[in-house]
Design a protein around this ligand. Structure first.
Ligand SMILES: NC(=O)C1=CN([C@@H]2O[C@H](COP(=O)(O)OP(=O)(O)OC[C@H]3O[C@@H](n4cnc5c(N)ncnc54)[C@H](OP(=O)(O)O)[C@@H]3O)[C@@H](O)[C@H]2O)C=CC1
Ligand SMILES: CC(=O)C(=O)O
Ligand SMILES: [Mg+2]
Length: 588
């Protein structure tokens, strides 16, 4: 057998591998897999010529019924498919019809994951052409439910699992991944999955979902994307007791054990994929997230989507909203419910932008921004007990425990991960001292949203401008239709990552976040504003991503952080030309 395999590997003329008939009329079991009793070892061998049966089962190349007559002849597909040949458009139509028949969002999610596993190009074509309809399925809110039930719905593994068992062998594990030229990694340790808390190893749905958006919305090739879950255990008691749980059945490793594993991972990634692979940290708990970003920000190309991507998307929405509510950023007062990754990340970028606009020191600009955590308003008397990322926000003020007791904000931002916290009283109060209150309810998924779009519009008597992390349908109030925006980092990270990739950037810089934000805000049209929108529609997201990518790349060149030289003259055109499109290719 070894000589046969070697002949195939070396490209010599292929030997006869067809199973031979035996005298008894059965089929000879040449490799002994069927003869072996259960306690004997067998070799799980395969050979990889993408033709015939294996071509149909290779999601990267499979086209299903869209294989042409010529391709069916050339690639040994005759008889393996029914006679009809149909177009990708017709396949898309049929699949959308099928997906629309499912009433339960999780069924739609599973159907889409099956499609991704079966026919990658068709999956991306569907996602791009129906982005507004399918985004809530592959992404928030449905991906949250998928993660909660990941063990039960698990069929085929997606992405790479690195657990404590792989300590000392992470480089080898990376080498098991079939693709060599990786450009973007999204990694989680599953400790803060959306606002759903610790889902351990089942957080894998998040890197998988984020990376499918990298390809669909940002045009990064799917084969260049690698979803990774680091499994250091979970503190989620119900998962630890769940017989279908797919992760390590132990409490989370912390301290040195945790940081050693993460360090080995970060070094192995750089060693295996080089300096220019983007590592996006996603849904880590804040006690690790800030530290990882600070520690690896100077040695690796790292980006924390929850801290930085969210900041960039919210700043864009704020800048755009000024056209509706008036004033400059510096003239507004901001109040956050939630002072973690998203809250302090956004707050810091707002302060930075105000500082750039007004030339005032950033410390001064922070004074217009207030944050509330689970213990109340962040004030100076609490300073010694505050986590380091909250300390810059500890302003001089008496401690208060209720949201609107001390501050009269013009902008209210929810980043608490706790649903229903913007109560009727809260919305009515902010609407009582603002003609046009601006309200962001950013927590995901929908169940954790601080309030719904309907509540925001009704309780403010139609005066609020509203955007949320997970999507809400338009609302009719007093005969007028209000269209809520979706303030989600998925507006930013696909284009942001593309900009880093095409410029060959080696580090992320805050000015790139500001550039991405500005590029997004510029995409909001007069027509969008007329509808009360502060974000452009997702139907234009590939164009939006190309513009964001161009702005981020331009900043990378300006800062001397780009290695792709010479700089392309027209970066928007260049970004567009680099984007993956999922139409079928013709096979020779
Ligand atoms: N729309 C988007 O694009 C994004 C949305 N998010 C969403 O934001 C939410 C928070 O994420 P993240 O910042 O990373 O989480 P963190 O855990 O880092 O922060 C949560 C913060 O909320 C505070 N908090 C919790 N409960 C309450 C409460 N009842 N009242 C007031 N404050 C409370 C916590 O207080 P304490 O510090 O005292 O514990 C903490 O400061 C999640 O739901 C996530 O899905 C995140 C990223 C992007
Ligand atoms: C959107 C996102 O990244 C989050 O909710 O964590
Ligand atoms: Mg996230």
């Amino acid at each position: 057998m070894e000589s046969t395999l070697r002949a195939i590997r070396d490209g010599e003329s292929v030997l006869d591998l067809s199973p031979r008939s035996t005298v008894s009329g059965g089929v000879e079991d040449i490799y002994g897999e069927d003869r072996a009793t259960e306690d004997q070892l067998v070799t799980p061998w395969t050979f990889s010529v993408a033709s015939g049966y294996s071509l149909l089962r290779d999601p990267q190349y499979n086209k299903g019924l869209a294989f042409t007559e010529k391709e069916r002849d050339a690639h040994y597909l005759r008889g393996l498919l029914p006679p009809i040949v149909i177009s990708q458009q017709l396949q898309e139509k049929k699949l959308m019809q099928n997906i629309r028949q499912y009433q339960v969002p999780l069924q739609k999610y599973m159907a889409l994951m099956d499609l991704q596993e079966r026919n990658e190009r068709l999956f991306y074509k569907l996602l791009i052409d129906n982005v507004e309809e399918l985004l809530p399925v592959v992404y928030t809110p449905t991906v949250g439910e998928a993660c909660q039930k990941y063990g039960s719905i698990f069929r085929r593994p997606q992405g790479l699992y690195i657990s404590l068992k792989e300590k000392g062998k992470i480089l080898e594990v990376l080498k098991n991944w079939p693709e060599r030229s990786i450009q973007v990694i999204v990694v989680t340790d599953g400790e803060r999955i959306l606002g759903l808390g610790d889902l351990g190893c089942q957080g894998m749905g998040i890197p998988v979902g984020k990376l499918s958006l990298y390809s669909a919305l940002g045009g990064v090739r799917p084969s260049a994307c690698l979803p990774i879950t680091i499994d250091v255990g979970t503190n989620n008691e119900s998962l630890l007791k769940d017989e279908f749980y797919i992760g390590l059945r132990q409490k989370r490793a912390t301290g040195k054990e945790y940081s050693d594993l993460l360090h080995e991972f970060m070094c192995a990634v750089k060693q295996n994929y080089g300096e220019k692979v983007l590592i996006q940290f996603e849904d880590f708990a804040n006690h690790n997230a800030f530290e990882l970003l600070a520690k690896y920000g100077t040695t690796h190309l790292v980006f924390n989507d929850d801290i930085q991507g969210t900041a960039s998307v919210v700043l864009a929405g704020l800048v755009a909203a000024l056209k509706l509510i008036g004033g400059s950023l510096a003239e507004h007062t901001f109040l956050f419910l939630g002072a973690g990754e998203a809250g302090t990340g956004i707050a810091e970028l707002i302060a930075l932008e105000i500082s750039k606009q007004t030339k005032a020191p950033v410390e001064e600009c922070r004074k217009k921004i207030w944050l509330v955590d689970s213990k109340g308003l962040i004030v100076s008397s609490r300073k010694n007990s505050l986590q380091h990322f909250k300390q810059p926000w500890a302003h001089e003020q008496e401690p208060v425990s209720t949201l609107l007791d001390a501050v009269k904000p013009t902008v209210l931002i929810g980043t608490s991960g706790v649903g229903k916290t913007f109560t009727k009283e809260v919305v009515e109060t902010i609407a009582s001292f603002n003609d046009k209150p601006l309200i962001f309810a950013l927590s995901n998924p929908t169940s954790q949203s601080e309030c719904t779009a309907e509540e925001a519009y009704t309780w403010s008597q139609g005066r609020a401008t509203f955007a949320s992390g997970s999507p809400f349908d338009p609302v009719e109030y007093n005969g007028k239709v209000y269209v809520p925006g979706q303030a989600n980092n998925c507006y930013i990270f696909p284009g942001f990552g593309l900009g880093l990739v095409i410029s060959g950037a080696i580090r992320v810089h805050d000015d790139m976040l500001l550039a991405a934000s500005e590029a997004l805000a510029k995409q909001v049209t007069e027509e969008n504003y007329k509808q009360g929108l502060i974000y452009p529609p997702f139907s234009n997201i590939r164009k939006i991503s190309a513009n964001i990518a161009a702005s981020v790349a331009a900043k990378a060149y300006e800062l001397g952080l780009a290695t792709h030289l010479p700089r392309p003259a027209n970066l928007v055109k260049y970004a567009e030309s680099c984007m993956y499109t999922p139409v079928y290719r013709h096979y020779r």
